[in-house]
Design a protein around this ligand. Structure first.
Ligand SMILES: Nc1ncnc2c1ncn2[C@@H]1O[C@H](COP(=O)(O)OP(=O)(O)OP(=O)(O)O)[C@@H](O)[C@H]1O
Length: 348
């Protein structure tokens, strides 16, 4: 990675220009998106099921035709090129390794297709396997490898074509939760070591926050917000992003909707001095969840019927120590409050 250049001045590796995909007469799956992904950065495309993130990735890869718009890779228009001629490589959820081939032959496969001589393709495959700490297991078949090891083979196989951008479609979702966190750290490390542009599709906010330099939050085929994880988590632009990212209360105020982080939402008995003079509202505690280092309180407006509001409308996250000092119980009538600095307006 070009460590001394800021994201803002780095050239774009991938640029999407008014990119759309329409299947038949349905509403567009991807609706005129514009996006610049900085060279050497880790970009996560994130959003709920059906938001168009996989379709976007497939259009970049050349596995899906474009209805309108352009895909540029390092200023070269690749919109109409076949997948193999684009300079991108794709890594899939299931890793899609050939079960009957050794790790070495899986990695060397695309060079074989290109007619590269056996000695050379094996030497290059072995070198890449060594690079992902799989050199000693090169002769094993996929079934003889763990999920994490298979992922490394899949990465080596994608890298052998020397792509300018690596595209990853939910690469961690087939792994168990423990391995997922371990492999997430490996992906980040590899990306930094290789200095390659990674574009990773996920539906997991946590995964995107952990990995991305730039997060792109999509909904209904459009980009709702893009920015660093810190920007998106702390300054969601609208109610969708605030709710999708979680960790925020969306509160109606006379000036419009605001977002307040659940760990910055204050809670006290009505009339308590610590919230005197702050904007706020009354609420009723509906559930108390102990989470170890913190306690999560669920609340709703006092008048709202439980039947109408199936889940808590608001949440407050308190440290375990703070909760122990002033515990709250289900049914308590309380006051929620926030400082003006912790509330930021949400576009409708
Ligand atoms: N081959 C197809 N034919 C018709 N409609 C499709 C096709 N592929 C995707 N769609 C539709 O396009 C929309 C976007 O799908 P896409 O797979 O890009 O979403 P996604 O955000 O990746 O969802 P998921 O997380 O569930 O994979 C959805 O409404 C989907 O039903």
């Amino acid at each position: 990675m070009n460590a001394d250049a800021s994201t803002a001045v780095r050239p774009a590796a991938i640029e999407l220009v008014s990119l759309s995909k329409r299947y038949g007469d349905a509403k567009p799956a991807v609706d005129g998106i514009n996006l610049r992904i900085a060279s050497g950065s880790y970009c996560c495309l994130l959003g709920p099921s059906g938001c168009g993130k996989s379709t976007t990735l497939r259009m970049i890869a050349g596995h899906e035709s474009v209805s309108s718009g352009d895909v540029l890779l390092e200023n070269r228009n690749i919109t109409d090129l076949p997948a193999a001629a684009r300079g991108t490589a794709m890594m899939f959820q299931s890793f899609a390794l050939f079960p009957h081939l050794s790790a070495l032959d899986n990695v060397a496969f695309s060079l074989k297709m290109k007619g590269v001589a056996k000695a050379e393709r094996h030497a290059r495959a072995q070198e890449l396997l060594a690079r992902v700490a799989m050199g000693a297991l090169a002769q094993r078949k996929p079934a003889e490898l763990s999920g994490g090891q298979q992922q490394r083979v899949a990465l080596a196989r994608a890298l052998i074509t020397q792509p300018k951008a690596l595209l990853l479609d939910e690469p961690l979702s087939a792994l168990d939760p423990f391995l997922r966190i371990q492999m997430r750290a490996e992906l980040r490390r590899w990306q930094q070591e290789l200095g390659l542009t990674f574009i990773h599709v996920t539906h997991s906010q946590e995964e995107a926050m952990a990995l991305a330099d730039t997060m792109v939050v999509m909904n209904h085929g459009v980009i709702e917000q893009q920015g660093s994880p810190h920007e998106i988590y702390n300054r969601p632009v609208n109610e969708f992003v605030a709710r999708f990212m979680g960790g925020h209360n969306v509160i109606e105020t006379p000036a419009g909707k605001v977002g307040v982080r659940t760990d910055q939402t204050l809670i006290a008995r009505a009339g308590a001095p610590e919230i005197a003079g702050l904007p706020g509202m009354p609420a009723l505690v509906t559930d108390v969840e102990y989470q170890g280092t913190y306690v999560l309180l669920g609340l709703r407006k006092p008048g709202a019927s439980q039947a109408v509001v199936s889940t808590a409308e608001f949440s407050v996250m308190l440290s375990e120590a703070r909760f122990a000092a002033t515990p709250f119980a289900v049914g308590d009538e309380v006051q929620l409050a926030w400082t003006p600095e912790s509330a930021h307006p949400l576009q409708s």
